[in-house]
Design a protein around this ligand. Structure first.
Ligand code: CIR
Length: 253
């Protein structure tokens, strides 16, 4: 059960955010509108949503998930692997301190992006990517161990972040595409396969028995619905242009 979420409004400079999507520049005004709808979707799942102000100094700062991992026992400030994003952590740390959770942090030379961390109960899968290195993973693993949680590493080759390619939808369901479908580590899950043409839909979020879903992707949506999930659809086209998905836009806890 989640009760809270923290989001950060997109800034005008988002048009200068990191992107390899090749989908053009995002429209800031449309992004603001979509972000508002995203907040409403979180609220409709029963979450109390804290909206942090935009920060023009960091073009990608709306993708707050990468800066902090919030677990039921602690909040871990990450050390984002992209140089232009690393400074995002300072304001997020100040905001997260208000929630009273024990605070931990990943330190250089360790790097870690929250988008590489997928929670499945007490276990955390961590993608080793261009943003998250083994040292970052090892630091996270020992932090989690202190709180009786476990972690394992998943080397990545094709996707930006681990959760670009998979989402844990609770009740043992794992939505996945591409190489993730056959990874031995994931065979204990009931895998819900996503076609390559709908790969972007592999990043969605489970919140209290609802699934917040990126608008479109009818084939995968139908499969999810048939499994009995209630879907709340949100258009995140402008965030997609910056390689961002639904999960990147919030911290949920
Ligand atoms: C970046 O490259 O860092 C941003 N443009 C997108 C971050 C997406 N975050 C995520 O998947 N957790």
């Amino acid at each position: 059960m989640f009760t809270k979420a923290v989001v950060k409004r997109p800034c005008r400079n988002m048009v200068k955010g990191i992107s390899r999507a090749n989908l053009g520049k995002p429209d800031y005004f449309l992004a603001i509108k979509q972000h508002g709808q995203y907040v409403k979707a979180l609220e409709s799942c029963g979450l109390d949503v804290t909206v942090l102000e935009a920060d023009e100094a960091f073009a990608d700062s709306t993708f707050i998930e990468d800066t902090c991992l919030v677990t039921p026992s602690c909040a871990v400030i990450t050390n984002p692997g992209a140089e232009t994003r690393n400074g995002e952590i300072h304001k997020v740390r100040t905001s997260m301190e208000e929630f009273g959770l024990p605070m931990e942090e990943i330190q250089t030379p360790g790097t870690l992006d929250g988008g590489d961390v997928m929670m499945a109960g007490n276990h955390y899968y961590v993608g080793l990517s261009q943003r998250t290195n083994r040292e970052g993973f090892e630091q996270l693993r020992s932090i989690l161990k202190k709180y009786k949680m476990t972690a394992s590493a998943i080397p990545l080759t094709t996707v930006l972040h681990l959760k670009t390619g998979i989402s844990y939808l609770e009740n043992n369901y794992l939505l996945a595409h591409g190489k993730f479908l056959t990874l031995p580590e994931f065979q204990k899950f009931s895998i819900l396969p996503v076609d390559e043409q709908e790969a972007y839909a592999a990043n969605c979020i489970w919140i209290n028995d609802q699934v917040i879903w990126p608008k479109g992707f009818p084939k995968t949506k139908k499969m999810i619905k048939e499994k009995g999930f209630n879907i709340i659809e949100v258009d995140v086209s402008e965030f997609r242009k910056l390689d961002g998905g639904l999960s990147c836009l919030s911290l949920r806890f």
